[in-house]
Design a protein around this ligand. Structure first.
Ligand SMILES: Cc1cc2nc3c(=O)[nH]c(=O)nc-3n(C[C@H](O)[C@H](O)[C@H](O)COP(=O)(O)OP(=O)(O)OC[C@H]3O[C@@H](n4cnc5c(N)ncnc54)[C@H](O)[C@@H]3O)c2cc1C
Length: 405
């Protein structure tokens, strides 16, 4: 029985990250009454590199209206420090997550979604005969017909409705927001880690640089990885200062004074990213009677790169289409068909991508080959752009390698 004073929404979305806001916008635009809840304190950004692939920018060109920085050159480094400069045919964008999330949330609000700055209690949702009652941490209660969990990698809704994920199926990413270099260009850098799975990045934004490392949670060694990241950051600023951005000397132990000078200007962040195993891709459910999960809450991130913004937006779009067609349960087939196979393939490839190939790390070989081969450079550029999937990556690399230089 629903109390008469309780506010009712047809769809109640928990989480106003990219997935929740984008779903709210599309549903509200079609006339659905939507409540969009988010408990993040104002001004606190979601921990994220903020990189949005060109595939996403092509699919939703309005994203370019958000304040960000467009990137058309990328410096990549192999675990042994080999360098590759990529001129990207298709630029990607880097956003501050405050700017990006606010932009998407305001679009949802403009078309009628009711945005509530409320945190839903971890166990604050229960089924009724015809929907759900959701309780927030301020003890307010709301009712809805349909519940959408877009509450990120630690989703309480996913834990309850789809089951918890084991720690091995989580990746961890941490980093620092630090000032732009005082002189010279701020390069965009991706450097594959020596010894660990994953990579370090430097993504310059409009008013700062986002540095970080993404790696697996089960092999996470905080002190060693943190040191590696400080070394990376010191080298980044050193190179920017001498105006030669293209040659970072990676993984040298940086001097403590240099690190300390930087430390007081940097702001740390850390969070988890789902990295589902191949088997889980087959068994995991993203919807059921009266509920659906979107984005990170559903586990939709690339297990090789940790990229999740595209999948957050695409899952929101696919869910909204299924819901508006009156067949919300078809969302399960549509996400599988659209990107599920691709992400499962990425998960199968992860070990090989970060493993050895002909006696050296695969990423070392890949960068080595790309340095001498335009075709491979192009495929790598497409991978960064999000236009090259994993299902045919090996075939495409091999075919490019066989083409004349
Ligand atoms: C350090 C790091 C770097 C990354 N870099 C990139 C990158 O460069 N490019 C990329 O594509 N992906 C990146 N990712 C992944 C990307 O951040 C996520 O895949 C993406 O944010 C998922 O969007 P989402 O809307 O599903 O969830 P989120 O963006 O996590 O949004 C979930 C929202 O739900 C809210 N919420 C949670 N619980 C509750 C609750 N109980 N009540 C109310 N609100 C709640 C949160 O406040 C949050 O705003 C990175 C991740 C990390 C951790």
């Amino acid at each position: 029985m629903i109390a008469a004073h309780m506010v009712h929404f047809e769809v109640l979305i928990v989480g106003a990250g990219p997935a929740g806001s984008f779903a709210a916008e599309q549903l509200a635009r079609a006339g659905v009454s939507v409540g969009l809840f988010d408990g993040r304190p104002p001004g606190e950004p979601k921990a994220c590199g903020g990189g949005v692939t060109s595939k996403a920018l092509k699919a939703w060109p309005h994203l370019l209206e958000a304040v960000g920085r467009t990137i058309d050159e990328l410096d990549m480094y192999s675990p042994s420090g080999k360098h590759l400069h990529l001129q990207l045919d298709e630029p990607f964008a880097v956003y501050s997550r405050i700017a990006f999330d606010t932009f998407l949330r305001e679009r949802a609000q403009k078309v009628g979604a009711k945005v509530l700055a409320e945190k839903v209690s971890a166990r604050g949702f229960k089924r009724t005969d015809d929907g759900w009652i959701v309780r927030t941490q301020s003890d307010a209660e709301f009712s809805c017909k349909y519940l959408v969990g877009a509450d990120g990698a630690n989703s309480a809704i996913a834990k309850k409705l789809a089951g918890p994920l084991p720690p091995a199926e989580m990746e961890v990413a941490f980093g620092y927001r630090a000032p732009l270099p005082e002189a010279g260009d701020a390069a965009t850098v991706v450097a594959f880690l020596p010894k660990w799975v994953g990579y370090a990045w430097a993504f310059p934004r409009v008013d700062h640089v986002s540095f970080g490392i993404a790696t697996t949670q089960d092999a996470f060694e905080h002190d060693a990885l943190d040191k590696l990241l400080w070394d990376f950051m010191v080298s980044y600023y050193e190179v920017a200062q001498v105006g030669n951005l293209r040659k970072m000397k990676l993984w040298n132990r940086a001097d403590e004074t240099q690190i300390n000078n930087l430390r007081y200007q940097a702001e740390r962040y850390a969070a988890r990213i789902p990295g589902l195993s191949p088997r889980t891709w087959d068994t995991r459910k993203a919807c059921g009677e009266g509920w659906a999960l979107l984005g990170d809450a559903a586990g939709f991130a690339d297990p090789v790169t940790g990229e999740g913004i595209y999948y957050a937006l695409r899952s929101a779009e696919l869910f909204a289409q299924a819901y508006l067609a009156g067949e919300p349960l078809t969302y399960e087939q549509s996400w599988r068909k659209d990107f599920g196979a691709e992400l499962k393939r990425a998960s199968q490839m992860r070990r090989r991508f970060y493993g050895n190939f002909w006696g050296a790390p695969f990423t070392d070989r890949m960068i080595d080959f790309a340095r001498g081969h335009r075709g491979i450079r192009k495929v790598l550029g497409q991978l960064v752009a999000g236009d090259q999937g994993y299902t045919n990556l090996k075939r495409k690399l091999a075919r490019s390698a066989l083409k004349p230089l």
